[in-house]
Design a binder for this molecule. Structure first.
Ligand SMILES: [Zn+2]
Length: 231
């Protein structure tokens, strides 16, 4: 097996076909909440209860969702080439894991976990509401959702530095480059595949291959390209 490293970076477009919406679809409103209220540190400081209910509802929503064909194929790819494939996602859902994918790095956190504000322990809550959860490590009741908000650091971005340093191929699926600078990534890595629904000339120009299709329709071709590259 070659020592080549392929980084796969996914965003909302990967989970859209599983019926998972994000605030980016929604013009500043998400289920009648303003994004500022529920996705920023300012909103969290102003009204913890409101933000907690919001993430409780997102978590409950997730329970009925199923991975789509693209999640399933990505999980297969990771299983087949565990040493070569690095799976990074901006999504906070658990669709890749539910499809059987291991070692997924969630750059913006996870809906199905909570985090202790005292000792920073992250622990699973599944699809349950936060209610009066306490930290399993330090017993604190200062608990929050495990999703990165605007105005916060994202510690998992450390993995992007690894991507810059060691990826020989990058596959970008379903993200427009608004949050993570995927245009820059395509300029520094020779082999780059982009799969998005919409064309964005400025963003897309340096990708070596572009697939303007829903992720479920592009994934077989992506799978074949990655395999060919690894051979
Ligand atoms: Zn704790």
């Amino acid at each position: 097996m070659s020592g080549k490293k392929v980084y796969i970076l996914s965003g909302a477009g990967l989970s859209a076909e599983s019926g998972i919406k994000t605030f980016r679809d929604s013009d500043g409103l998400w289920e009648n909440y303003s994004i500022e209220e529920v996705c920023s540190t300012g909103g969290w400081i102003r009204d913890r209860q409101k933000v907690t209910y919001f993430y409780d509802a997102r978590r409950a929503d997730l329970e009925s969702k199923e991975p789509n064909y693209a999640h399933i194929r990505l999980a297969e790819l990771k299983k087949k080439y565990p040493e070569n494939i690095f799976m990074l996602t901006q999504n906070v859902d658990n669709m890749l894991e539910k499809a059987g994918c291991t070692d997924v790095v969630h750059l913006h956190g996870t809906l199905t976990d909570l985090r202790c504000e005292e000792c920073f322990q992250v622990f699973s809550i599944g699809y349950l509401p936060q209610s009066d959860a306490v930290c399993p490590k330090c017993n604190s009741s200062m608990i929050r959702h495990n999703v990165v908000m605007f105005g916060e650091n994202a510690p998992a971005y450390e993995n992007l530095r690894k991507l810059y340093n060691e990826a020989q191929m990058v596959v970008v699926i379903g993200t427009s480059g608004n949050v993570i600078d995927t245009a820059y990534i395509s300029q520094i890595i020779d082999n780059s595949i982009l799969n998005n629904l919409d064309v964005d000339e400025n963003h897309d120009q340096y990708f070596s291959k572009k697939l303007y299709l829903p992720a479920t329709e592009a994934i077989d071709e992506i799978f074949a390209h990655v395999e060919e590259f690894l051979r």
